[in-house]
Design a binder for this molecule. Structure first.
Ligand code: SF4
Length: 363
């Protein structure tokens, strides 16, 4: 078997040596020098960063992480925060269910564990919103437990290192097992971060920089000349197209009509403009009788489908009585707090204004 030819102990050692020289600096990370001085990572910061990093890149997470930890420096502070405030700060990171789980988890850590994150994998997994990846990352990075942390970067590195040609997602159990074989008992947290760094900076998706790689001599994928083609993937099914209508209603006094979406489902519990259903053939569903003007189309891609919304606007008199939603006074309306697709609708409905910049980054 190919993987028997990889000396996992030597790979682990080479990776840690490289990490000691080249670890990336990140606001949530306790680097190898600080670790050597005896500093320990803060489990709250490790957990928060890992949840955020599931959404987007390190560069994009930096700002969110710094704002969150400035507003809520500890898990107890976050647990005590108002839901709306946290959701508004999360806006732009996407997957709002994760933000709600973030709060649930913070509150469970306070209620069940007196504000201290547990170190054991099983106990971490019992917390709301913590799946196998986050549990392993917190156990390894914050507590130096020998947990195996496998994200997309790590899957790629392992597939190349061991020249695994089984396509994803079928290869996942095999890659997980091989990643576990690489995980050392000594410094498993630094090993996990070294694997992540290698995948993010050297063993990159399209063109791995094998000449710079600390394990190049031991990499079976490089030797076979197939590294850049790994991991193999089954072709993705096409995302279906859905359409819908979004209604931007402004009352004579400037108040806007918003609707809170159902707790379960996409954008669950978030505020947004009233819309029709989203489907292949949506039926218009204006929330109030009005003289509707079409302002254009908005396109947004969710994980499982593409959405095109036709944006309609109307101004209604003071006594208007919509059949759903509620009027929010203009003084309390902050479009930045809307989910991204709703922010796009806002921008389309206000063509004269510059598009809203969300905390320095347009998503
Ligand atoms: Fe990735 Fe190349 Fe290093 Fe192999 S040698 S792990 S393909 S960067």
């Amino acid at each position: 078997m190919a993987n028997e030819r990889v000396d996992t102990a030597a790979v682990g050692e080479a990776l840690l040596g490289w990490y000691d020289r080249s670890a990336r600096t990140m606001p949530w990370r306790t680097g190898p020098e600080a670790r050597a001085r005896g500093e320990r990572p803060d489990p709250y910061r490790v957990w928060l960063s890992e949840v955020m990093l599931q959404q987007t890149t390190v560069a994009a997470v930096n700002g969110y992480f710094n704002r969150f930890t400035a507003l809520w420096p500890s898990v107890a502070n976050l647990a005590a925060a108002r839901d709306e405030e946290v959701m508004a700060e999360w806006a732009g990171l996407g997957y709002y269910a994760r933000a709600r789980n973030l709060l649930k988890c913070a509150r469970a850590v306070v209620d069940r564990h007196e504000g201290q994150f547990p170190a054991e994998l099983e106990t971490l997994l019992a917390l709301p919103g913590i799946g196998p990846y986050t549990a392993a990352a917190v156990a390894a990075i914050a507590f130096d437990r020998p947990a195996t942390v496998v994200d997309g970067n790590v899957e790629r590195v392992v597939a190349r290192l061991f020249a695994i040609e089984t396509p994803l997602p079928k290869a996942k159990p095999e890659l997980q097992a091989l990643a576990a074989r690489l995980t050392p008992d000594k410094r498993p947290g630094d090993h996990a971060q070294a694997m992540m760094d290698l995948g993010a900076t050297i063993c990159t998706p399209r063109s791995p920089a094998c000449v710079l790689c600390p394990v190049t001599e031991r990499c079976l994928g490089r030797r076979a000349g197939i590294a850049a083609d790994l991991p193999r993937r089954l072709p993705k099914p096409e995302k279906p197209e859905r359409r819908g209508f979004a209604y931007v209603v402004c009352r004579a006094d400037g108040a806007v009509l918003l609707e809170r979406r159902a707790e379960k489902g996409l954008l669950g519990g978030m505020l947004g403009w009233p819309t029709s259903e989203w489907s292949a053939d949506p039926v218009p569903a204006p929330p109030v009788a009005a003289d509707w003007q079409t302002q254009g189309m908005v396109r947004h891609t969710f994980t499982h489908f593409h959405l095109t919304l036709t944006v309609l606007t109307a101004t209604v008199p003071q006594g208007a009585n919509p059949d759903r939603g509620f009027f929010l006074p203009s003084s309390e309306f902050d479009p930045v707090a809307l989910p991204t697709v709703m922010l796009k609708v806002h921008d389309a409905a206000s063509p004269a204004s510059a598009p809203i910049e969300r905390k320095g980054r347009r998503r």
